[in-house]
Design a protein around this ligand. Structure first.
Ligand SMILES: NC(=O)c1ccc[n+]([C@@H]2O[C@H](COP(=O)([O-])OP(=O)(O)OC[C@H]3O[C@@H](n4cnc5c(N)ncnc54)[C@H](OP(=O)(O)O)[C@@H]3O)[C@@H](O)[C@H]2O)c1
Length: 340
């Protein structure tokens, strides 16, 4: 089994020269439906989508515009670009987002910036972070790239130090970086692979939160969100023992940190996405047959667009969830309850 997200350039939701066969087919199928809808409507579509736009399913720098994101069976609309902000739910706040170079973290960065937050974004890929920062700045937002490896304590400290030095406060930390690592049946799993998955998905969360909470305690406020998963919570998938154990561990970590932080104004929650159309899910979605299988596991019979998970992260990060702490919030399209 190849390592998690071996090639991040092959964004599975993005049709184009880099797209893989399976995802290109899905995108093409959606586009046909979209164009059909436009043809049927004299105004260019009843969904409010600009008929001259061809959506690519991810947030980009088209300031103030609304674009469609694409799912095999559904069309949803979400706004992109900082100039399109309407709610400003994070005005005046600062946020760290890890795993921001790709997928859910990238979508969250664009959304949080649009909502008025000033960001420090992390991931190992400096180039991808630079592109993201450029996109946010071109749309009028504020973001600083802080490349590094979340398995390193020093990187987690640098994220907080950069935020405090440059912005003077830390309000939100979306600890989202992660990945399945090398998957194998447990009897064949190498200890090094087990440790790597635990380090990336669990120990990194501890290293981040430890420093973030100290800064938030000083201020007497803050919201920490961890990306966990349905895997390890309500679903056991073969080959994913280390990942599942780590993601389940994140829920335990969340509960303890919420208990420790509550009296000091700090909320801590875990976000549990279902299958989400990101480069990180590539191994499960690139082949049309396995994609159909994964989609079928969900009650909604599709997987999420990363923008849908980002909206849930925004809820947990913002004051909209002011009485929510210690929760494991499922945003999983019903994969946890579906039995058909
Ligand atoms: N997609 C799904 O179906 C799904 C479902 C449930 C939960 N999740 C969780 O959602 C989170 C985001 O995943 P995604 O689907 O958006 O995948 P993705 O597109 O592969 O994004 C993963 C992000 O994490 C970063 N990352 C990974 N290892 C890192 C490390 N050691 N140090 C720093 N950054 C690291 C990656 O950046 P670099 O490679 O540049 O470092 C990338 O920005 C993960 O925690 C994942 O486990 C995903």
């Amino acid at each position: 089994m190849p390592a998690y997200a071996a090639d991040r350039n092959d964004a599975i939701h993005t049709p184009g020269p880099n797209a893989l066969d399976g995802s290109a087919k899905v995108a093409t199928a959606w586009l046909e439906v979209h164009l059909e809808m436009q043809r049927e409507s004299p105004t260019g579509g009843s969904d409010g989508v600009d008929k001259n736009r061809i959506p690519n399913g991810d947030a980009t720098a088209d300031s103030g515009e609304h674009r469609a994101c694409t799912f095999p069976q559904t069309v949803c609309i979400h706004s992109t670009g900082v100039a399109g902000m309407t709610r400003q739910t994070l005005a005046g706040k600062t946020a760290i987002i890890t795993g921001a170079s790709s997928g859910i973290g990238r979508s969250a960065a664009l959304l949080f910036a649009r909502e008025g937050a000033r960001l420090v974004v992390g991931a190992r890929s400096a180039d991808a972070l630079a592109e993201l920062v450029d996109e946010i700045e071109r749309a009028g937002g504020v973001a600083i790239a802080c490349p590094g490896d979340v398995r390193e304590s020093s990187h987690n400290d640098a994220l907080v130090d950069t935020t405090l030095t440059r912005f003077g406060r830390l309000d939100i930390a979306f600890n989202n970086a992660g990945g399945t690592g090398t998957m194998a049946p447990t009897v064949d799993m190498e200890v090094a692979d087990w440790r790597d998955a635990i380090d990336t998905n669990l120990t990194a969360m501890f290293l981040g939160a430890r420093r973030q909470m100290a800064a938030m305690f000083e201020a007497g406020r803050g919201s920490i969100v961890f990306t966990s998963s349905f895997v390890g919570h309500t679903v056991g998938l073969p080959g994913m023992a280390a990942y599942a154990a780590a993601k389940a561990g994140v829920i335990g970590l969340t509960q303890v940190l919420a208990a420790e932080g509550g009296s000091r104004g700090v909320r801590v929650n875990a976000l549990l996405p279902g299958g989400t159309d990101t480069p990180g899910a590539h191994d499960f979605t690139v082949d049309p047959e396995s994609r159909a299988f994964v989609e079928g596991m969900h009650a909604l019979k599709r997987i999420a667009d990363p923008a849908e998970i980002a909206e849930a992260a925004l809820f947990l990060a913002s004051d909209a969830s002011s009485f929510v702490t210690g929760s494991a919030m499922r945003v999983d399209g019903g994969v946890s309850i579906n039995r058909t």
